[in-house]
Design a binder for this molecule. Structure first.
Ligand SMILES: [Zn+2]
Length: 137
């Protein structure tokens, strides 16, 4: 996922408030990069349960950019996150993320089969383990 967070960062780093003093710009760049990386990590870990990751990232970093650059930043974030999401979906479909091992037996709120790996010796993932408890009772 590293390449996606880097790509987003590269596309917006030069838009960071150019009137702030240099130290502040360095700080802002670091904060923006960390936010990009954290968003991508969370997306890779929990793609089905992270809703609107592009908006979440934009909310995190928008304060580092001048008003005049906000639309461009929002667009770049959306494009970058969309590319990353598509990549993750392809990985899931190819079974690459869980090695094609067992899948959780639950259905997500969107009506799709849950793609997460079940807990060891269980039929459900951590988010759905309550379903198993119910079935056993
Ligand atoms: Zn599940």
């Amino acid at each position: 996922m590293y390449q996606y967070s880097r790509a987003i960062y590269r596309s917006i780093k030069d838009l960071i408030d150019p009137y702030a003093d240099w130290d502040e710009q360095i700080e802002s760049r670091r904060a923006v990069l960390v936010s990009c990386e954290q968003t991508m990590e969370r997306l890779a870990k929990d793609p089905l349960y992270f809703s609107k990751p592009d908006r979440a990232l934009f909310q995190d970093i928008r304060r580092y950019f001048p008003i005049t650059a906000q639309a461009q930043v929002a667009w770049a974030v959306q494009a970058g996150v969309t590319a990353a999401t598509r990549f993750i979906e392809e990985q899931i479909e190819a079974g690459a993320l869980d090695g094609g091992i067992a899948r959780c037996r639950a259905t997500t709120r969107k009506g799709k089969p849950c793609q997460r790996t079940p807990l060891p010796d269980r039929d459900y993932c951590p988010s759905h383990q309550h379903l198993e408890a119910k079935a056993a009772a």
